[in-house]
Design a protein around this ligand. Sequence first.
Ligand SMILES: NC(=O)c1ccc[n+]([C@@H]2O[C@H](COP(=O)([O-])OP(=O)(O)OC[C@H]3O[C@@H](n4cnc5c(N)ncnc54)[C@H](OP(=O)(O)O)[C@@H]3O)[C@@H](O)[C@H]2O)c1
Length: 227
Amino acid sequence: MPTVLIIGAGLNTGKATAETFSAAGYKVAVASRTQKLDSKYPYYAFDASKPETVPTLFEKVTADLAAAGHTSRPENPFDMELEEFRRGQNINTTSPYYAAREAVRGFEKLGPSGLGPDGGSFLFVGNGLNTIALPGFMTFAVQKGATAHLIHNLALAEYDGKPYKFYYLDERHADGSYVTNDLSGIGHAKEFLKLAKDSKQGPWNYTFVSGKGYEKFPPVEVMAWNP
Ligand SMILES: NC(=O)c1ccc[n+]([C@@H]2O[C@H](COP(=O)([O-])OP(=O)(O)OC[C@H]3O[C@@H](n4cnc5c(N)ncnc54)[C@H](OP(=O)(O)O)[C@@H]3O)[C@@H](O)[C@H]2O)c1
């Protein structure tokens, strides 16, 4: 039975993803600092600000199941102190780097027959900041953008030809503008399942509209803050 580990599993995207994958026959494990989802999903206490604990998380999940965005005031983009910068980098870049490494190790251990016809998938919830400059969001953009580079390389260079897929998901409104608090949990969950079930690597920078799927939008270099 395929297994999915949802890191940062909360009541929106995490819950919808757990339900969607569970209904599709996956074993679902969830990780966050506090348990928010139904106890039917094996829960792992995990703090993404501590990337050194990522291998232990994966070891525990494998053994059991066999298998923050900072905003600055636009007039002061350098308002973040080093410790907070490092913490955000840990959450959005270093822990995802480590998580991708452990995921690939799991894929390699399973091998093509263990992975099954769909192959293995590593899915990261990003946003438009990897390509769009937005006043007040510089440090968050640095963090998400670094992970976009990670996914880009893994998808197109490092594991090209392997049955592994890597995606940076960026939900947009139908007109291409970014989503904020209206992020759709169920919209993400459906795309996750679709991508997990498709054996082929699609566009790694997966801009999508909830309920519609992948859409390529014309590049926009800078946007005004307009929540
Ligand atoms: N596409 C876009 O433009 C867009 C727009 C908005 C948001 N986003 C992205 O969407 C994602 C979250 O959305 P959501 O609606 O699913 O949020 P959510 O329902 O609030 O769930 C996020 C969960 O992450 C967990 N978490 C927070 N800090 C953590 C840490 N240090 N270690 C482990 N888990 C942690 C929290 O649980 P605990 O507190 O219990 O740990 C929380 O329940 C973020 O990656 C965000 O950047 C994208």
